[in-house]
Design a protein around this ligand. Structure first.
Ligand SMILES: NC(=O)c1ccc[n+]([C@@H]2O[C@H](COP(=O)([O-])OP(=O)(O)OC[C@H]3O[C@@H](n4cnc5c(N)ncnc54)[C@H](O)[C@@H]3O)[C@@H](O)[C@H]2O)c1
Length: 552
């Protein structure tokens, strides 16, 4: 087994690592030294010449160079990582999965003091305000360190080593691979592989409840329910199931009323959380139920579809549909916790995986270059549910990049108050036409992400026509959508029906439709797009016409 030490600069990874390796007669690998040897240069020089990006590329190569994880009980290798290695989701996948990651934790102030006395120059904290710089690093990196086992590194070396040895002994009993843990106004987010049962049990303990009131639907529950039920029962939790219909049919007022009656029959109290197990439709309905039951009870989301993991479980928007339109009734109700287990996606039908990539392309188009590259290289494997996409960490990286970006966007503008392109409104990229198309088709025969893909094409073409979207960016977005087979074929919807539905959409502001258009990075919101241009572009997109072709 490899023990992997992570933590801020100065937390003692090298010192603890060397001692640990020598007591266990294991190999010691200092990843920073590996990088320096391969580059033939010291780290500050690499930063000077190649910038942080160049250093991170070298770091990724060094992590991948560790090879497959050794799962024996004995410590074979101790790996000390550079403080920032774990920022990269794929590095974390390789370092945390089937290895024992340990977070040597200490307050930033203590570490800044330590570094002041150290002869080693650390580029990221070498400036005038090392404490401020260290606090910033700590805030940025804590969610990634916190997925490892925590060790207090301020203690004397012998007691740090004792604590580490205890964790090594417990390692074979560790369940799943936590990859990220964060706490914010949007709830506690735990993301990882095969973590659903232990993370949910922890959450229920924390909320001091011994029974799980699970709100779910037959599709998701038949796929993932047995393991959850067994895991919770083994830990002594009671289980009550409140079953809603599968798919969009869950998002109806009559369903909420019936579910609330079931909660009344179960005598669910104000302190008891609801646990939503399912995709986006189930989560929206369960979230709304939690918002209104007893005027609001805690909810824990366990998202089981890709849409739910990358998007709908985050941000606190809950909703049900009316015959007059989708999501017309709802509430903001932030979850207490979101438990995102990428292993739950293994049973998701390929069409749902592919459709969700419509939303992922949107997140990439907002300016995440690495996500764009990931979708270009691994998108097809992810869309078809290829087991290599799970094993390689591609799916975990995709889920994290999208989910984590959404967390940042929503934290900055929770209630979508900012009207400019730097607010939550940017997440609506591709949704003007997307929602119009879903409505025009009566929410049947097309999945949400599939509709968003048409919308993204329309936004890119309109953006290019009004000189907001650089033509090469528009071409890249459309090229990626085509590669993923999204938004390419003619739809059954008529242009008039889509335009009418767009008019009725709630995003219709007093000044007319507000178009969210992609820029090279980020978006620009425009209310002055001419009707003629909209007709031409949307008509072309619905007809499956390639960009640049004239509509006949
Ligand atoms: N609240 C938000 O911020 C937000 C954001 C985006 C989308 N949404 C909403 O999300 C909904 C679409 O999400 P969705 O596509 O996840 O819908 P969904 O809940 O209908 O799930 C899609 C299908 O996958 C099945 N399924 C779910 N998990 C499974 C699993 N692990 N294995 C096998 N099958 C599984 C479901 O039974 C269903 O048939 C829409 O209603 C949309 O409005 C909400």
């Amino acid at each position: 087994m490899d023990v992997v030490l992570v933590g801020l600069p100065g937390s003692g990874k090298s010192a603890v690592g060397r001692r640990l390796a020598s007591t266990h007669k294991a190999e010691f690998v200092d990843l920073d030294e590996v990088i320096e040897q391969r580059a033939g240069a010291a780290i500050p020089e690499i930063f000077d010449v190649e910038g942080e990006a160049g250093f991170r590329t070298r770091e990724r190569e060094a992590v991948a160079g560790l090879g497959p994880a050794d799962r024996s009980a004995a410590v074979v290798r101790v790996v000390a990582t550079g403080g920032g290695a774990v920022l990269d989701p794929r590095n974390r996948w390789l370092l945390y999965r089937r290895r024992l990651p340990l977070w040597l934790d200490a307050r930033p102030e203590v570490l800044a003091q330590r570094l002041r006395r150290s002869p080693t120059v650390r580029p990221l904290v070498a400036g005038r305000d090392p404490i401020g710089a260290m606090r910033k690093l700590a805030a940025q990196r804590e969610p990634f360190y916190a997925a490892a086992e925590q060790v207090n590194s301020v203690a004397q070396l012998p007691s740090v080593l004792d604590e580490v040895d205890r964790l090594i002994e417990e390692a074979p009993r560790r369940e799943g691979t936590p990859l990220l843990r964060s706490e914010s106004r949007l709830g506690r987010l735990s993301l990882g592989e095969s973590i659903a049962v232990p993370a949910l049990a922890d959450e229920l303990e924390r909320l001091e409840t011994r029974r799980a009131i699970v709100v779910t639907e037959p599709g998701a529950w038949s796929a993932v329910g047995a393991d959850l039920a067994q895991g919770l029962a083994a830990r002594g939790f009671g289980l009550e199931i409140v079953e809603l219909p599968q798919g969009e049919a869950a998002k109806r007022m009559a369903v909420i009323e019936k579910a609330a009656s079931k909660l009344a029959a179960l005598r669910v109290t104000r302190e008891e959380p609801l646990v939503a197990v399912g995709g986006g439709a189930l989560g929206d309905a369960a979230g709304f139920l939690a918002a209104v039951w007893l005027r609001g009870v805690p909810i824990v989301h366990v998202p089981t579809s890709l849409v739910a993991q990358i998007d709908s479980s985050i941000g606190g928007k809950t909703a049900i549909d009316l015959p007059e339109g989708k999501n017309l009734v709802g509430a903001f109700h932030q979850p207490t916790a979101v438990i995102t287990d990428v292993a739950l996606l293994r049973s998701l039908p390929p069409r749902d995986l592919r459709a969700a990539l419509g939303e992922a392309v949107k997140m990439a188009a907002l300016g995440d270059e690495r996500l764009m590259e990931l979708l270009e290289t691994d998108g097809e494997a992810i869309a078809s549910g290829d087991s290599m996409a799970f094993e390689s960490g591609a799916i975990a990286e995709l889920v994290e990049r999208c989910a984590w970006s959404k967390v940042q966007v929503v934290l900055a503008d929770e209630r979508e108050k900012a009207s400019a392109g730097d607010g939550r409104i940017r997440l609506n990229l591709g949704h003007t036409v997307g929602h119009g198309l879903e409505a025009a088709l009566g929410y049947a025969g097309i999945l949400h992400g599939e509709a968003v893909a048409y919308g993204l094409r329309a936004a890119s073409r309109i953006g290019a026509a009004v000189s907001v979207t650089p033509p090469e960016h528009a071409a890249r977005i459309e090229g990626l959508l085509s590669k993923l087979d999204l938004g390419s074929v003619p739809t059954r919807a008529s242009l008039e029906a889509v335009l009418e539905a767009m008019e009725a959409d709630k995003k219709h502001g007093a000044a007319g439709l507000r178009w969210v258009l992609p820029k090279a990075a980020g978006v620009e919101v425009r209310a002055d797009v001419s009707e003629a241009l909209v007709r031409e572009v949307v008509g072309g997109v619905l007809a499956g016409t390639a960009a640049g072709a004239t509509v006949g």
